[in-house]
Ligand binder design. Sequence first.
Ligand SMILES: C[S@@+](CC[C@H](N)C(=O)[O-])C[C@H]1O[C@@H](n2cnc3c(N)ncnc32)[C@H](O)[C@@H]1O
Length: 212
Amino acid sequence: MNYDKDKVAELFDGKVEHIESRPDDAMFKQVGSKALDALELNSDDTLLDAGSGSGRNAIKASRSCSRVIGMDISRKSLERAEEKASEEGLDNLEFLYGSIEDPNESTDLTSYGINKVLVNYALHHLPDELKKQGLTNLAGIMKRPGRMVIGDIMFFEDPEAHLEKFEEVGCDGGEHDHPSTVEFLKNTLEGLGASVRVERLHPLAGIMIADF
Ligand SMILES: C[S@@+](CC[C@H](N)C(=O)[O-])C[C@H]1O[C@@H](n2cnc3c(N)ncnc32)[C@H](O)[C@@H]1O
């Protein structure tokens, strides 16, 4: 399975405007909205939004919690997110470069007091082994008790039986997208000690709520 982090970053550097102009019913937005609700943010929470894109969810979340850190590998997306946050006069969020698989690469996040983690529509870019590494590292920087919510393309049913639905969920079928089965994600999170609930939103997409 091909995975090249810099290629994915380049892809998203070139898609900032396209993603921002997607309609509200685009699957990643619907899933993101459910995932944000499932975080049950409150004023004491510090949230890490891993794969924050141009900051849509991070900015929304910043109004309901103490602090938000958005992290992404696409520098153009990070720049746009910073621009939007500053236009809105928000001072409780920051955006920094980092990857899901190596979240401490540019900044040591362990001292941030992060107790909530959101990963919306970003994890599926990684092959399963790196997803496992990423989820392990994200769980490792999270305070306890903590909650991680994953919203993403995830296979509730045999994807071969739903090939015509790939476009609906925004899956390219394998070039840059490597979605997992629900079972793989659930087992990985449970293996890290989380108690996991799953919400199906589509045969090929949903959210997973992991309490640590
Ligand atoms: C479809 S966008 C979703 C953005 C945002 N989470 C949202 O829901 O609007 C996917 C984002 O994941 C980021 N991404 C892809 N692979 C990543 C990785 N390994 N680590 C961090 N971010 C990644 C991309 O750069 C892109 O900004």
